[in-house]
Design a protein around this ligand. Structure first.
Ligand code: FE2
Ligand code: FE2
Length: 258
């Protein structure tokens, strides 16, 4: 922030300038706003101030729809459209699903692997299993969304009976003294005795980070499996009035003012 010496707080107009610089983009007269969560991610407890932004941008209005900086979405978006235009990376998802497919797993498991990290790929890392499961819950078999939710906890717990070990990568990521929080331990204990435990365990077993670089992965290989196992709403994801429609809309329009 551009504060003058001897003055600890910026003036209102300096603050408005800063907001303008940060948040006003040349969007055909529209102002795109960043949500509070975006600021929290930068380590700041802050929010966009509507009145200050308007004052700094006379004659302009806030963006209330598509952000032209992002790839356009069709009027009735499908899961495939989100894969192509909103998921920051699909390699890991495709690799996991390909691994499950080659291992002869049922379609339900292949779909669960294909979708297991969409929370991370599209929304947020913290509690990604829960976010991802909630997004897909209205559209998949209950076993699939359950498995996606639980894989987050199961990843931290070995299962010698199927040869699953604590991921080496987690030691690198979190240190060798990291212990999952009590809510994750409790979730694991609930999942361990559940009838669908093995479905979620299979996600963790196909959840690989090193993959044959020569193996070809292609979203087209999964279009039929998606077609048979993901109930694509005819109105488009986001417009079908399901309990998670708002999540798909937010992903489509992440900078809408409201
Ligand atoms: Fe995951
Ligand atoms: Fe994963």
């Amino acid at each position: 922030m551009n504060t003058k010496p001897g003055r600890s707080r910026p003036t209102l107009s300096e603050r408005a300038d800063e907001l303008e610089e940060k948040m006003m983009h040349d969007l055909s007269e529209r102002i795109a706003t960043r949500s509070t969560l975006f600021y929290l991610g930068d380590g700041k407890v802050e929010m966009a101030q509507g009145q200050a932004l308007l004052a700094a941008n006379p004659g302009r209005h806030f963006l209330m729809g598509a952000d032209p900086r992002l790839p356009p979405m069709p009027e009735k978006p499908t899961l495939i459209d989100f894969f192509k235009a909103r998921f920051a990376t699909t390699a890991h998802l495709l690799q996991s699903a390909t691994h499950a497919l080659k291992g002869g797993q049922p379609e339900k498991v292949v779909l669960a692997c294909l979708l297991h990290d969409i929370g991370v790929a599209s929304f947020i890392r913290c509690d990604h299993g829960y976010w991802g499961a909630q997004m897909i819950e209205p559209y998949v078999d209950e076993e699939v969304s359950w498995a996606v939710r639980m894989h987050q906890a199961l990843r931290f717990f070995p299962d010698a009976s199927v040869g699953y070990e604590y991921p080496e990568l987690y030691i690198k990521f979190f240190g060798d003294d990291y212990k999952p929080e009590p809510y994750i331990v409790a979730e694991y204990e609930r999942a361990r005795n559940h009838k669908w435990y093995m479905t979620s365990r299979l996600i963790t077993m196909n959840d690989i980070y090193s993959f044959d670089p020569n193996a070809k992965v292609d979203l087209n290989d999964f279009v039929d499996i998606i077609g048979r196992n993901f109930k694509q709403p005819k109105e488009g994801l986001g417009f079908d009035n399901s309990p998670s429609s708002h999540m798909w809309r937010t992903l489509m329009w992440p900078t809408r003012f409201l």
